[in-house]
Design a protein around this ligand. Sequence first.
Ligand SMILES: *Cc1c(COP(=O)(O)O)cnc(C)c1O
Length: 243
Amino acid sequence: MEEVLDNLNQILKRIEQACEKSARRADEVKLLMATKTVSPERIKIALRAGQTLIGENRVQEVKEKYEDLKDTPHELHFIGHLQTNKIRDILRYGVSCIQSLDRRELAEKLHHRLTLEKKKMNVFIQVNTSGEESKFGVHPDEAIALVQQVCQLDTLRIRGLMTIGLFSAETEKVRQCFRLLKTIQAQIQALCLPNVRVDDLSMGMSGDLEVAIEEGATIVRVGTAIFGRREYPDSFYWNERRG
Ligand SMILES: *Cc1c(COP(=O)(O)O)cnc(C)c1O
């Protein structure tokens, strides 16, 4: 318990310092706690300490934790690869934003289901800025076309862009990923599309949040640095071959 709170305080301090360094206000950057594999008990420790935003990668985990978390106020974003056969579930268990919308087929199926249920959903477009095959996300060259398609579906409200930076110790290469997302944001904003706001940039994790904040992140997604190392490697969640 102590450990989660100590870690959390350190992360908040890192965010604050990074904001200071890039002359941004600390309240311009939100912390999303990436809670895959973390038990509801440990999630609640962080929520009770004042955190409000969590992100899950798998619909199964969203479902399993729903009952335990529903009485502790929070906001839940989906940040993992979403299979179209899981759409009904994701609408049922309190997800308020899907940050990982990365293809037209998914958008259309979401729209179909949302229309039937008379609901709306906030979405971010996930862009693969690192070029790594093991990561999901629309190709940067196709991001604008996807936004143009999605904005015609009136149940989906585009609110931002999301990316996972390159895993590399070379900061400058990581920075290029975040910079690319920022560039795409500016291109989308210049189009002034109806029903589209891309104010939010969700980028930066435990290892690279400072760089992401310097490049304009408004949401950083942090797991390991708060809750400790996971039992599964990230490839378990991120590898295309797992589908
Ligand atoms: C797990 C995960 C994170 C957090 O990664 P850490 O390195 O544990 O901070 C961020 N974004 C996504 C999409 C994730 O799956």
